[in-house]
Ligand binder design. Structure first.
Ligand code: ARG
Length: 278
């Protein structure tokens, strides 16, 4: 007789369930929807037992791969707190920033939450629901050491690098337009490409968020300096799909708890460094 008959009823049912799950799991690779899941607290997730996070790598110190290939950073640590609250584990999906900030990735169910050192802007608020702000940032102009450029005017006729789709790119494009500066603005697809361009003199300067340059300088001492800052007064927020109030609440609750119990400061010290005096 078949092996099935040797199994008890319960085990047979379990085996059948496993087979069905496998079939569904296999189909999910190409189908748009996974089976999804719901936490004990009633938060719907695109993948059962998992808080799926969209981010765009690399963006140290907020998210980048460590030597073992694991994605780590300030944002990762904070979203881990949300996952813990929901009694699930975080899984990270690396995907271009464009799809994150446009809401496309959240809308299509690629992930539950976006955590990408992403600045809260009015435009993005139209397509995403942002958490409470969790980090303050400004823009900074980096140049090779010894080739400092302090103002945008000095970049006229030269190449200035930016990261595609970011607030830094937007800031520079606005400045260039408003002040009619003849700067050649070159847009790179991610931070690594931008930093590589600066390191190999494809551009004479590059703009990105200040903490990202600070991190780069820590990792590559002596090569690059922050030559100027632009106080754009940005704040980062995590984002969920528009209308996902349950998950948004879980994110905000986790952030609030972390601020109260000292975890936020610990995570900040670990990934960013000393906090500026308030
Ligand atoms: N803060 C900037 C913005 O919102 C840059 C974010 C880029 N983040 C990333 N993970 N690539 O536009």
């Amino acid at each position: 007789m078949s092996r099935m008959n040797m199994l008890g009823r319960g085990r047979r049912a379990a085996a059948l369930t496993a087979a069905v799950m496998l079939a569904i799991g296999g189909a999910a690779g190409c189908a748009k929807e996974d089976t999804g899941g719901t936490t004990e607290g009633g938060v719907a997730l695109v993948k059962a037992g998992t808080l799926t996070t969209c981010t765009h790598l690399p963006y140290a110190p907020f998210q980048s791969k460590d030597d073992s290939g694991k994605v780590v950073g300030f944002d990762v640590a904070l979203i881990d707190l949300v996952a813990t609250r929901l009694k699930v584990t975080q899984a990270i999906v690396d995907t271009p920033f464009e799809g994150i900030k446009s809401g496309a990735d959240l809308n299509s169910g690629k992930c539950d939450v976006a955590a990408a050192g992403m600045t809260i802007t009015d435009e993005r608020k139209k397509v995403l629901d942002f958490s409470d702000p969790y980090f303050d940032a400004t823009q900074a102009l980096a140049t090779p050491t010894g080739k400092e450029v302090k103002t945008l005017d000095e970049l006229v006729g030269k190449r200035l690098g930016v990261q595609g789709g970011t607030t830094g790119e937007e800031y520079i494009n606005t400045q260039v337009k408003d002040k009619n500066l003849k700067i050649e603005v070159v847009s790179y697809k991610d931070l690594a490409a931008l930093q590589q361009a600066l390191a190999t003199n494809q551009v004479v300067a590059a703009v990105n968020d200040l903490p990202v340059w600070n991190e780069y300088i820590k990792a590559n001492p002596g090569k690059v300096v922050v030559a100027a800052g632009f106080d754009t007064g940005e704040q980062y927020g995590f984002a969920v799909k528009k209308g996902n109030a349950e998950l948004l609440k879980a994110v905000n609750d986790a952030l609030a708890a972390a601020r109260t119990d000292g975890t936020y400061d610990k995570v900040y010290a670990e990934w960013i460094g000393e906090k500026p005096a308030a």
